[in-house]
Design a protein around this ligand. Structure first.
Ligand SMILES: Cc1ncc(C[n+]2csc(CCOP(=O)(O)OP(=O)(O)O)c2C)c(N)n1
Length: 662
C-alpha cells in the first residue's frame, strides 16, 4: 500500500503541471485538475488498465474526461504514465496552434484521448455508448477478449446538462454495470456556487435511474479506492460523488469559481506550490515521482500482454472476425449483397417510400454486416430501422443488433458516437428528420471526430402531412449540410437509397445522414446500379430529348416531381433535363469539369426541394429559380400541402415558361 506522502506527491505532480501549463498558455482551466487530482491518481494508479505504448488496444479500460475544460488533467496523466507523444514540450505548448494538447481534448490529437469533450454532457453520453458497445462485443466474442470498464470524470456542468438525464436513464435501464462515473462534486461552476442555479440531489437522481450512488471525500485516496472497488463489483452502473475543493491548494482561489477558468497568476501559483509542498520549478517533475508514475504505465503493459495471450488462444475464425470488426474493415460479402439487391430492384421496380427502401436495404445487407447496430428513438415502426434478423439488445442479453434508445434523441446520438469510438461496431439509428435538431450537438461531434456514425432520418419534408409544421422539417437539410465533414443524402428511389447506404457504410472517416420519405415514390433509376451514381453527388437522371433549354435539379421525393414537370414541358415543346442531387457534399467534392458538365449551361435552371432555398445557389446560381418552401409547413393531407405551397409539376413548368418568356 502506498503511503499518503507518496500519493500526495503523485497527485501534486498533476496539479503542478496543470498550473504551469495554464500559466504558460495564459489561458485554460486549472481548478478542475487541481481538485480532481486525487481521484485521477487513484483511478490511474490502482484501477485503469491502459498501456501507454498501445493506447488503442481494444480491451483497454476507457477513461472519458467529460468535463473537457479540465483538459490539463488528462494531458498530465498521459504524460506521466508515459504516452510518448505527450512530451513535456507538448505540455509547455498547451493550447497552442499545432500542438496535440488542444484547449479541450480532441480525439485524434493526443493518443489516449478517447473522445472529444468540451460541450458539457457529451462525454458522459459517449461513455454510455462505449459501455454498451463493450457489453455487446463481450456477449458476441466472449469475456476473454472484451471485458473492460468505462470510467468517466464528470463535473457539475455535465450533470446539469439535459443530455445527462437521457444518458443516465439509458445506462441504468441497460444495466451497464461496468460504467463508473466519478463526479467531481465541488459545488462550484462559473457563476459561483452551484446552489445559485441548482438544488438537485444527484445521488437520489442517479438511484432513481437504476444506479448505485454514494458520496465520498474526493481527497481521501483510501475512500476513493474503496468506492471504485465497490463500483466494480456492482451489478448496476455506479456514481461516485467525490467531494472536492476546486483549485485545491491555491491560497486564495481554492473553493472559488475564480480558479475555474483562468491562470492562477504568478503569486497565487507560487503560494499553491508552497502549500502543496511542491518545491520544483515550472514543468519540473522529480525523478522519484516520475518513476512512481512510470510504474503505473508498466502495469498497463502487463494487462495488455495477458489479453494478447488470451486472444491468441481463441479459435482462428473467431479471432479473425474479432480483429476484422475492431479494425473497422468490412466483410467481403457486403458488396455482393448490395449488388444482388440492386439488380433485383432493377427488375422488380418497387414503388415504396425511401424509408421502406432503407428497410429493404437493411434486410439485404444485415446478414453480411453483423457489426451494424441499428436502433431508433422510439420510432422503430416509422424509421423502418429494424429488420427481421435483428435481435433487441437488452439488459443482461446484449447479443443483439437493435437498440431501443427510447425517446432520447440527444442521448442516442451521443451514445452512437461512443459506440463508433469504442470500435468493433457501426452505429446506425433513427428518428424523424425534424428532430435532428435534438441530436445536432452530437452530430456535430461525430463530424468533428470523423466517426462512422449513420443517422437515419425519416419523414423528411412536408410530405409528413397531417402531423403539421412541428413535424415537418424545412430548414433541417440546409442546417445539416452546413456541418463540415457530414455527408447528407436524400435519395429519390430504392436504388439511390441502396447507394446512400453503401456510401455511408464504406466511408470510414465521417458520419452520414440519410434523409428518407414517409410517402411512396416511383422507382426512377432503370439501371442495375452497377455504378454508384450517388457517389457523384449529382448526375443527369433524365436527358432532354434534344438541346435542353431548362435544367431541373431536385432531391429525394422532388426528383419524381421534376420528371413530371419535364414531361409537361415536353408536351409544350420545351426540352428539359433532370439532375438528381442526392448529396451536396459528394457533388462539391467532384472535379470542376464534372460539376460544370452536370450543372450545364441551359438558359433556365430550377431547383426543386420541399425545404428552404439556402445552399442551392451554389448549384443554380443566385439568378436560378427555386420551387420549395419559404417558411414553416402546415397541417393537412400531403397532396393538399404540396399544392398549397406550390410545389407541383405544374408550378415548375409555369416557372420554366415564365423564365423563357413563353
Ligand atoms: C454545453 C456547454 N455549455 C457551456 C459550456 C461552458 N462551460 C465550461 S465549464 C462550465 C461550467 C463549469 O462548472 P463545472 O462543470 O462544475 O466545472 P468546474 O467549475 O468544477 O471546473 C461552463 C458553463 C460548455 N463547455 N458546454
Amino acid at each position: 500500500m502506498i503511503s499518503r506522502r507518496e500519493h500526495d506527491a503523485m497527485a501534486n505532480a498533476i496539479r503542478a503541471l496543470a498550473m504551469d501549463a495554464v500559466e504558460a498558455a495564459k489561458s485554460g482551466h486549472p481548478g478542475l485538475p487541481m481538485g480532481a487530482a486525487d481521484i485521477a491518481t487513484v483511478l490511474f494508479r490502482d484501477h485503469l488498465n491502459f498501456d501507454p505504448a498501445h493506447p488503442t488496444w481494444p480491451d483497454r479500460d476507457r477513461f472519458v474526461l467529460s468535463a473537457g475544460h479540465g483538459s490539463m488533467l488528462i494531458y498530465a496523466l498521459l504524460h506521466l504514465i508515459g504516452v510518448k507523444e505527450l512530451t513535456i514540450d507538448q505540455l509547455k505548448n498547451f493550447r497552442q496552434l499545432g500542438s496535440i494538447t488542444a484547449g479541450h481534448p480532441e480525439h485524434g490529437h493526443a493518443p489516449g484521448v478517447e473522445t472529444t469533450t468540451g460541450p458539457l454532457g457529451q462525454g458522459l453520453g459517449n461513455a454510455v455508448g462505449m459501455a454498451l458497445a463493450e457489453r455487446i462485443l463481450a456477449a458476441r466474442y466472449g469475456g476473454y477478449v472484451i471485458d473492460h470498464y468505462t470510467y468517466v470524470l464528470a463535473s457539475d456542468g455535465d450533470l446539469m446538462e439535459g443530455i445527462s438525464q437521457e444518458s443516465i436513464t439509458l445506462a441504468g435501464h441497460m444495466k451497464l454495470n461496468k460504467l463508473i462515473v466519478l463526479f467531481d462534486d465541488n459545488g462550484i461552476s462559473i457563476d459561483g456556487a452551484i446552489s445559485v442555479s441548482d438544488s438537485t440531489d444527484q445521488l437520489k437522481r442517479f438511484e432513481s435511474a437504476g444506479w448505485n450512488a454514494e458520496r465520498i471525500d474526493g481527497h481521501d485516496p483510501e475512500a476513493i479506492n474503496a468506492a471504485i472497488l465497490r463500483a466494480k463489483a456492482s451489478d448496476k452502473p455506479s456514481l461516485i460523488a467525490c467531494v472536492t475543493t476546486i483549485g485545491y491548494g491555491a491560497p486564495t482561489k481554492a473553493g472559488k469559481s475564480s480558479s475555474h477558468g483562468s491562470p492562477l497568476g504568478a503569486e497565487e501559483l507560487k503560494g499553491a506550490k508552497e502549500r502543496l509542498g511542491w518545491a520544483h520549478g515550472p514543468f519540473e517533475i522529480p525523478a522519484d515521482i516520475r518513476k512512481a508514475w512510470g510504474v503505473v504505465g508498466s502495469r498497463g503493459a502487463a494487462a495488455r500482454a495477458a489479453w494478447q495471450e488470451r486472444l491468441g488462444k481463441a479459435k482462428p475464425k473467431a479471432r479473425a472476425e474479432f480483429e476484422r470488426v475492431m479494425a473497422g474493415e468490412l466483410p467481403k460479402s457486403l458488396a455482393k449483397a448490395l449488388k444482388t439487391f440492386k439488380a433485383e430492384v432493377a427488375s422488380t421496380k418497387p414503388e415504396v417510400a425511401t424509408r421502406k427502401a432503407s428497410e429493404m436495404v437493411l434486410e439485404a445487407i444485415q446478414p453480411a454486416l453483423p457489426e451494424l447496430i441499428s436502433g431508433s428513438a422510439d420510432l422503430t415502426g416509422s424509421n423502418n430501422t429494424k429488420t427481421r434478423g435483428m435481435a433487441v439488445v437488452k439488459a443482461g442479453a446484449y447479443d443483439g443488433a437493435f437498440v431501443h434508445y427510447g425517446i432520447r434523441e440527444h442521448g442516442m446520438a451521443a451514445a452512437m458516437n461512443g459506440i463508433a469510438l469504442h470500435g468493433g461496431l457501426i452505429p446506425a439509428s433513427g428518428t424523424f428528420l425534424v428532430f435532428s435538431d435534438y441530436c445536432r450537438p452530437s452530430i456535430r461531434l461525430s463530424a468533428l471526430m470523423g466517426q462512422r456514425v449513420i443517422y437515419v432520418m425519416t419523414h423528411d419534408s412536408i410530405g409528413v402531412g397531417e402531423d403539421g409544421p412541428t413535424h415537418q422539417p424545412v430548414e433541417h437539410l440546409a442546417a445539416l449540410r452546413a456541418i463540415p465533414n457530414l455527408d447528407v443524402y436524400r435519395p429519390c428511389d430504392v436504388t439511390e437509397t441502396a447507394e446512400a447506404w453503401d456510401l455511408a457504410v464504406t466511408t470510414r472517416d465521417r458520419p452520414s445522414l440519410i434523409a428518407l420519405t414517409r410517402q411512396n415514390l416511383p422507382q426512377l433509376r432503370t439501371d442495375n446500379g452497377a455504378k454508384n451514381l450517388s457517389a457523384l453527388g449529382a448526375y443527369e437522371i433524365a436527358r432532354a430529348e434534344g438541346r435542353a433549354e431548362v435544367t431541373l435539379f431536385a432531391t429525394g421525393s422532388e426528383v419524381s416531381l421534376a420528371m413530371k414537370a419535364r414531361a409537361l414541358l415536353l408536351a409544350e415543346g420545351i426540352l428539359a433535363r433532370v439532375v438528381s442531387v442526392p448529396s451536396f457534399e459528394r457533388f462539391a467534392a467532384q472535379p470542376e469539369t464534372y460539376r460544370k458538365k452536370v450543372i450545364g449551361r441551359t438558359k433556365v435552371k430550377i431547383a426543386i426541394e420541399a425545404a428552404i432555398r439556402q445552399g442551392w445557389d451554389a448549384i443554380i446560381g443566385s439568378d436560378g429559380h427555386f420551387v420549395g418552401m419559404e417558411g414553416f409547413g402546415a397541417s393537412g393531407p400531403i397532396n393538399k400541402l404540396y399544392a398549397h405551397f406550390g410545389i407541383t409539376p405544374e408550378a415548375v413548368a409555369a416557372k420554366a415558361k415564365a423564365a423563357l418568356k413563353r
